[in-house]
Every structure is written in structure tokens, then in C-alpha cells.
Design a protein around this ligand. Sequence first.
Ligand code: 3DU
Length: 211
Amino acid sequence: MIILALDVYERDRALKIAEDVKDYISMVKVNWPLIIGSGLDIIRELKERTGLKIIADLKLADIPNTNRLIAKKVYEVGADYIIVHSFVGKDSVLAVKEIGEIIMVVEMSHPGALEFINPLTDKFIEMANEIKPFGVIAPGTRPERIKYIRERLNGEIKILTPGIGAQGGKALEAIKAGADYIIVGRAIYSSENPREAARRIYEEVKGWSSG
Ligand code: 3DU
């Protein structure tokens, strides 16, 4: 039920943190900082060293052909899921889903998301219900929005919520509102003892979610 957002640059540090906390997490999310810092092959290494599923948080937002060209290479190195933006439209999203499992952004957690992305949530939920991705990204900072999305989203589609910890979101509140997975970055990897930080969050939410 906990996904580690491993937003560090260094390969050795990333592998060490992932191994330290792997007993308490369900998946590892890799974003651009780690890919830029360590190279794409870090996805394969993390998967081999932890045995966990890997989410590539690329937030793809391009034309179908470019989305497809990028996604192909990322699935090839072992990514289990790729996060895609919904606002580029169904053709761009489907171009990725034709190759592998996807997670669609339907709402974001930062203040700026209120300007352009979040007003379109209903349309993104509609698209998700039609396309049936593995999951959607919803804001861990806004439990009432998680509840709103859960009520409208097909029950088989998972809700993953970043924004827990460093951005102010509370793990248990997000889970109670309907999140299947909470995504936690700095609150774990910037902690003096990442394993202990992960264990504490795990103990807090265990029993509440099936993820
Ligand atoms: O704030 P944290 O350090 O726990 O990291 C959160 C991660 O989730 C980070 O990789 C960020 O890019 C991603 N994310 C959000 O924080 C908020 C969103 O709406 C979508 C993704």
C-alpha cells in the first residue's frame, strides 16, 4: 500500500534506500531525477534488487508516436507501469496503453494544479473509466478530492496518491478517503533512517488497505 517515490540522483544511494525499505513498501516509483542522475537502467537494477514492481513516473504528455517511442524503451528495461498525463487526449494515452500498463493523472497535489488540470478531473475520470488503466493519480493533500474521485471511478481502477508527508498529506486520511496506495518520497528518503520512517508509515496504515 506504500509506494516509495525514489527521487534521488545517485544510483548507489537509490539502491541502498530501496533495499533498506523494501519490506515495508509495495512498489518503487522512479521519476526523472533518478533517471537523469543514474540512467534508465536503474529501473532494471531496482527491480532485480528489490523484487518489487516499478512505476516509471514520466508523466508522458506528447503526441501518440512520441509517447509510444518513449514508452517502448521504458517497458523494455522492466517498468511495470508508466504514468501518463490525461490532458493530451485519448489517442496519446492509448498509444502507451497498447504497449503496457498505465497510470493516468486525473488530478495533481500542488497549488498550481488548481489552475488548469484539476478543473478537468471529471473528464479525466470519464476517460479512465473507458480506457481502464491500472490506476489513477489523485492528490494525497486533498482527501475530499480522493473521495470524490473514488465515488466516480470504476471500482477496479486503483487510486494512487502522492503528496503524503513532505507536501502535508496524511497517510491514513488518504487511505480512509479511498486511496489504494500512498506515494511517499522525501518523508522516507530524506529521513535519517529511511527504514524506520517507512516502518512507521507502514504500521500507521496497515490493516486499512488491500494494496
Ligand atoms: O513530495 P514527495 O517527496 O513525497 O514526492 C512525491 C512524488 O510524487 C514526486 O515524485 C512527485 O513528482 C510525484 N507527484 C506529486 O508529488 C504530485 C502529483 O500530483 C503527481 C506526482
